[in-house]
Ligand binder design. Structure first.
Ligand code: COA
Ligand code: ZN
Length: 331
C-alpha cells in the first residue's frame, strides 16, 4: 500500500468513526429452513451458542412454523430451550400465526418476528393464507402478545421489492401493510428482498418512504444475494440511514416457497465491508470465520466463499523470492 492510499483510507474511515450498525444473524432460521440435510438439534444449539460469542445484536434462532411446512425446524422449541443465552444478545424467532406465538412463549423468546408477504401470491404459497387472513392473524398475535406484557413484535414483510410470482411490488403495497400493522402494535419492520429482486435505488427509496410514513419506527433490511446485488443494496440502505441488517453466516438461506430462492447476504461479507469503512458492526470477524469454515460439514454441501478464499482486505502475501535478487538492498 502506498502512503497516499493509506492517508486517504484513514480519512474515509475517520468520517464514520462513530457510525455503527446492528446485525441480526438469521443463519439458524433462514439458513437452515431450506437445507436438504437434516441438521440435528445438538448441532443447531452449538451453532447458536457459537454465534452468541461473535457480538451480534440479535440472533434469529428458529421459526415456530408448522413442522409440515418447515420440517427442518420442527425442533424449534427444544433449540430455543437449550441455547445458552448470552446477556445483551436478543434471541428472536419467526412466528406466522397464533399457534406459533404460543410455542414461542412457552420456551421464552425475547422478541418475535412476525411474517407475511407484501405480494398476494407469495403469501398464499408461503403461508397458505390470503394477505387479509395473514393480517388478521398477525393482529391477533399482536393483541395476545400485548397481554403478556412488553414483548417486542417486529414484522417481516416478505417480497417487499418484488415477488417471484407477481413481479414488481408497488411501494404503496408495502407501506399500506406497514401502516396497518403499526397501528395494531408492531414495534418495527423488516423489508425483505426474498428472492434478490431489489436494486440499490429501489432499496433507498422504499427505506426513505418507510421513514416518512412511520418516522422513528426501526427498519431492518433483509437481503438475498440471488442476483449479486445484496451488498450494494445494503450500502444503499445504510446511506439513507438504515442501521439494522439481517444476514446469514456463509450466505446460507432462502425461502422454500419462493422459486429460485438462494442465500442471504453473507454475514461475514457484510461485516467485512462495513468494518473496512470504519463502521462498527459489533461483530468479531475471526470467530465468525471459524463458524463459517464449519458450515459445509454442518449442511453437507460445498459453500463457495470468496472472503474465506481471499482472506480479509489487508491479507497480504510474501513477495516473490526472485525480487530480492533483482532489486538487492533497499533500493
Ligand atoms: N406451529 C406448529 N404447528 C402448527 C403451527 C405452528 N405455528 N401452525 C399450524 N400448525 C399445525 C396445525 O396444528 C396442523 O397440524 P395437524 O395437521 O397435525 O392438525 C397443521 O400444522 C396445519 O395447520 P393449519 O392451521 O391448517 O396450517 P396450514 O397448513 O394452513 O399452514 C402455516 C399455515 C402458516 C402454519 C404454514 O404455512 C407455515 O408454517 N408456513 C411457514 C412458511 C415459512 O416459514 N416460510 C419461510 C419463511 S418466510
Ligand atoms: Zn430470507
Amino acid at each position: 500500500m502506498t502512503q497516499k492510499e493509506s492517508a486517504s483510507e484513514s480519512i474515509s474511515r475517520a468520517a464514520y468513526k462513530s457510525a455503527y450498525i446492528q446485525i441480526n444473524e438469521v443463519g439458524p432460521r433462514d439458513g437452515l429452513q431450506i437445507e436438504k440435510a437434516m441438521v440435528d438439534t445438538d448441532a443447531k444449539v452449538a451453532l447458536v451458542d457459537a454465534l452468541s460469542e461473535c457480538g451480534f445484536a440479535r440472533i434469529e434462532v428458529t421459526s415456530f412454523t408448522s413442522p409440515k411446512a418447515i420440517p427442518a425446524l420442527a425442533d424449534a422449541q427444544e433449540v430455543m430451550r437449550r441455547i445458552r443465552r448470552k446477556p445483551g444478545v436478543i434471541y428472536t424467532a419467526l412466528v406466522p400465526n397464533v399457534r406459533g406465538l404460543e410455542r414461542a412463549l412457552e420456551v421464552g423468546t425475547d422478541e418475535l418476528n412476525l411474517v407475511m408477504s407484501s405480494s398476494e401470491t407469495h403469501n398464499r404459497a408461503n403461508l397458505r393464507m390470503t394477505r387479509e387472513q395473514s393480517l388478521a392473524e398477525l393482529k391477533s398475535i399482536l393483541r395476545a402478545a400485548a397481554e403478556q406484557g412488553p414483548l417486542p413484535c417486529n414484522v417481516s414483510l416478505s417480497t417487499a421489492f418484488g415477488c417471484p410470482f407477481d413481479g414488481d411490488v408497488a411501494p404503496t403495497q408495502v407501506l399500506d401493510l406497514a401502516l396497518r400493522l403499526a397501528e395494531a402494535g408492531a414495534t418495527g419492520f423488516t423489508l425483505c428482498d426474498t428472492t434478490g429482486m431489489a436494486y440499490p435505488t429501489q432499496v433507498a427509496e422504499l427505506c426513505q418512504r418507510m421513514e416518512t410514513v412511520l418516522p422513528g419506527l426501526p427498519v431492518t433490511i433483509h437481503l438475498h444475494n440471488t442476483r449479486g446485488m445484496a451488498l450494494a443494496n445494503a450500502l444503499a440502505a445504510w446511506q439513507v440511514g438504515v442501521t439494522r441488517f439481517d444476514a446469514a453466516a456463509g450466505g446460507l438461506g432462502g425461502c422454500p416457497y419462493a422459486p429460485g430462492a438462494s442465500g442471504n447476504v453473507n454475514t461475514e461479507e457484510l461485516v467485512h465491508m462495513f468494518e473496512c469503512m470504519g463502521v462498527d458492526t459489533g461483530v468479531a470477524l475471526a470467530p465468525l470465520m471459524d463458524i463459517v469454515r464449519g458450515l459445509p460439514a454442518l449442511v453437507q454441501r460445498a459453500l463457495p466463499n470468496p472472503l474465506l478464499a481471499a482472506g480479509t482486505r489487508l491479507h497480504t502475501h510474501p513477495a516473490p523470492a526472485w525480487l530480492a535478487e533483482k532489486f538487492p538492498a533497499a533500493s
